[in-house]
Structures are given as C-alpha cells and as structure tokens.
Design a protein around this ligand. Structure first.
Ligand code: ITT
Length: 182
C-alpha cells in the first residue's frame, strides 16, 4: 500500500520533480498553499517551522537553496529573495572576475506523519556557469553545472533528474516511506 502525502509548495516544478523522483514510494498530492518562510540560519529551521504551520496528517514541505563558496555560502537561506530581486544575472555580476565558481545546491524535505517529523537532506556539488544557459527547469538551474558535467541543469533536464539535490533527498524519503509499509 502506498502512503498518500500532500506536498505543500507554491512551485509546480518542484512538485513534478519530486513526484518523478519518488516513483512508486508514495502517492504525492499537490497542495498549493503559502506558509511563513522564517528568516533562519538553516534550511532545516525553515522546514521545521513550516511544518508547525501547515495542517494535515501526512504533509511534506521543502526548502532549497544555492550555496556559493566564493560568497561564503550566499545566497543560501536567502535564495528565494535573492532570486526574485537580483536574479541569475545579479549572481553572475557578484561573481565577475572570480575564478572559484564552486557551488552546492541543497534540498531539505520535511515530512510530518501525525505528530512525527523527519527531515531528509540532499546535496549536489557543482559550479556556477559564466553565463545564463538553458531553458528547462527553474530558478538557478540556468547557472548550475553539476560536478563532472559541462551542461547546466537548465540545458540537461535528464542530468537534473539523476543528480539533483531534490533527487537525493527524495531517495532518502522514499527509503523511509517504503520502510513504513514493509
Ligand atoms: P516553495 O513554495 O516550496 O517554498 P520556492 O520556489 O519558493 O517554493 P524555495 O524557497 O525552496 O522554493 O527555493 C529557494 C530558491 O531557490 C527559489 O528562488 C527557487 O527558485 C530556487 N530553487 C529551489 N530549488 C531549485 C532547483 O531545483 N533548481 C534551481 N533553483 C531552485
């Protein structure tokens, strides 16, 4: 029997990517609802706070971010705000002339079943391209080149499906959900 979980997010791309990544491990339903994203030091704190606010017996939320080495981890927990203000071109400007282009994308999925909360973290290492490239995906995808590759996630959606931070967090979540039904 597959567990039915409501994924609370305003982002349809996230819903599609997570549904695909989870496969048969869960029946995912999309609930489009805003919740308070607190200003905190970690993605985990944002997720735990969100789970207190969101109602339901089986709910999932996600907070994700881009952490750039040369900028001391910025935008990190500020990723949504930075993307909606300076955007990808603003990030490129901040990195102008910078040789160290290393970056990491992180996803923290928070699941609440009844009163029990569990977090699942996924990360992917990579670098920031020198221009905006590709039309697939969303957010920072046109900037992010996963380690060992030459295309951005926005140029190669198949790479994103295989390697992304969300996929890695989803694998851990899937394992947990399957363990509950065994
Ligand atoms: P929620 O409703 O789930 O919060 P959101 O789009 O606001 O959706 P986040 O706060 O988790 O998502 O994301 C922070 C920022 O990082 C935001 O600008 C996203 O576009 C971007 N982002 C998140 N996941 C990404 C991914 O897989 N690829 C590229 N950018 C991503």
């Amino acid at each position: 029997m597959r567990i039915e979980v409501e994924f609370v997010t305003g982002n349809e791309h996230k819903f599609r990517e997570l549904s695909e990544a989870l496969g048969n491990a869960a029946k995912l339903r999309w609930r489009r609802q805003r919740y308070t994203e607190i200003q905190a030091d970690s993605l985990e704190e944002v997720v735990v706070h969100a789970l207190r606010e969101v109602e339901g017996d089986a709910v999932l939320v996600e907070d994700a971010g881009l952490f750039i080495s040369a900028l001391g981890g910025f935008p990190g927990v500020y990723s949504a705000y930075v993307h909606s203000t300076i955007g990808n071109r603003g990030i490129l400007r901040l990195l102008e002339g910078e040789e160290d282009r290393r970056a990491r994308m992180v996803s923290v999925l928070g699941l609440r079943l009844g009163s029990e909360v569990r977090l699942f973290r996924g990360e992917v290492e990579g670098s920031i391209a020198t221009s905006v490239r590709g039309t697939h995906g969303f957010g920072y995808d046109p900037l992010f080149v996963p380690a060992g590759c030459t295309s951005t996630f926005a140029e190669a959606p198949e790479l994103k499906a295989k390697l992304s931070h969300r996929k890695r967090a989803a694998e851990k979540l899937a394992e947990y959900l399957l363990s509950l039904t065994r």
